[in-house]
Design a protein around this ligand. Structure first.
Ligand code: HEC
Length: 393
């Protein structure tokens, strides 16, 4: 008698009631699409899957709705595509539309770095917004957002054979290459594609021989090991300046066009690479688009990035972007961005630090490993959004 009672109460607890299933389906749907789940066939299908504890399947179903691309992917990709690195800056850019396209088509997500095509928007102009009606166009629709490999005449002047995903598109590209010294392209790579702060770009022991001529070796007047150059400048610039050659032919003009081998001196190297060369004339002079990993002698840095040991140098932006697409940290960072997008932070977990809601040593590594293998961003969303820690189920 007691035993039977116990069993029935256990199974009653494990079973998801109809109302609870509808509530969970609505929560999953809203987080996946940014829109409410209305009564109807889809709600029926999703809550049935939830009752069968097929949570991931329910989330995959939600991802077929236009809101997944138009709202969620737009928000997810926003900070990667503007100089402020602000997630609230959702102004549509070329690189953002490309990320949305890759997600919609279930293409390998590494294409955002290495793809040779570019997005095309038919209809309401490149901003995909009709100011008279206030309506945004539907980028989940394949006739509106398409792809082309035809030579670009408007989007940028980067030739197709060196095109390399968002690195050679407006949006990410403008933020990376406008003015400056193209080091910002690396800052963006670290901050936005590795989710690492500038402080985390530092290596104490990487090779300093590629540091540019514009970086003072004695900014405080002290060229010894106790000086600011040794204590600060070299730690970032040794890492960045070795890689910066990858973008030597890249520039962005004031009008938002990307250029390649334009305004160049030195065999096409952008003029900005020789800016302030008199600060330290013995520094590294960029003469081509060669890039070198200078931190291969720093095992901690190599491990932190999960940098592929067979890709320690190359020529040009496309080979650089390929190396980034082979790092583990790129995939870890994208998983983190998915968490930021669909998994609200629990204030009770705040003291454990950002992202710790999903255990970074137990829960996340298998998700990252799987993503690096199958490269499907939609699957990562579906897996993360239904995690018990996120959904509160
Ligand atoms: C925490 C990492 C870091 C440290 C430390 C650092 N830098 Fe930089 N530096 C950067 C980044 C990132 C950029 C590119 C910024 C941009 O273009 O927006 C940059 C750009 C520069 C530039 C080019 C400025 C321009 O006009 O675009 C010079 C020169 C420079 N740094 C010198 C120094 C000197 C000298 C020190 C030491 C006193 C130093 N940096 C320390 C990260 C660092």
């Amino acid at each position: 008698m007691t035993g039977a009672l116990l069993i029935s109460s256990v199974s009653a607890q494990a079973e998801i009631s109809e109302q609870k299933a509808i509530d969970l389906a609505r929560k999953i749907y809203f987080r996946m699409t940014g829109t409410p789940l209305r009564e109807g066939a889809l709600r029926e299908q999703m809550s049935t899957l939830v009752r069968q504890e097929k949570f991931v399947e329910a989330a995959e179903l939600a991802s077929q709705s236009p809101g997944f691309i138009n709202n969620t992917m737009r928000l997810f990709s926003s900070s990667m595509n503007n100089q402020s690195q602000n997630t609230r800056d959702i102004t549509l850019t070329e690189s953002m539309a490309y990320i949305m396209l890759i997600a919609r088509e279930n293409r390998p997500f590494s294409d955002i770095l290495t793809g040779r095509d570019f997005p095309t928007i038919n209809g309401q102009g490149t901003d995909c917004f009709d100011p008279t009606t206030g309506v945004r166009c539907d980028l989940s629709n394949a006739t509106t957002l398409g792809s082309s490999t035809a030579n670009r005449t408007v989007a940028s002047q980067v030739p197709n054979n060196v095109a390399s995903g968002i690195y050679t598109m407006r949006g990410f590209g403008n933020a990376a290459f406008m003015a400056g010294t193209n080091r910002r392209a690396l800052q963006q790579t670290f901050n936005q594609l590795f989710c690492l702060s500038n402080e985390n770009m530092k290596s104490d022991i990487s090779d300093i021989s590629y540091i540019g001529r514009d970086v003072s070796r004695a900014p405080d007047g002290d060229p010894t090991t106790s000086g600011a150059f040794e204590q600060e400048c070299r730690k970032c610039h040794s890492v960045m300046d070795g890689l910066r050659g990858a973008f030597a032919f890249m520039d962005a003009d004031g009008g938002g066009q990307l250029t390649y081998r334009a305004n160049g001196q030195d065999n096409g190297v952008a003029a900005k690479y020789s800016r302030a060369a008199d600060v330290y004339p013995d520094g590294y002079r960029t003469v081509d688009d060669r890039w070198e990993v200078t931190f291969d002698r720093d095992p901690a840095m190599m491990a932190k990035l999960g940098w592929p040991s067979g890709m320690l140098g190359g020529n040009g932006v496309a080979s650089f972007a390929t190396a980034i697409s082979e790092t583990r940290q790129f995939y870890a960072c994208m998983v983190q961005k998915v968490i930021d997008t669909v998994c609200p932070n629990d204030p009770n977990n705040k003291e454990k630090g950002k992202g710790y809601m999903l255990d970074p040593t137990v829960v996340l590594p298998p998700i990252v490993t799987k993503f690096k293998e199958n490269r499907n961003i939609r699957d990562v969303f579906a897996e993360i959004v239904v995690r018990p820690e996120c959904l509160g189920r």
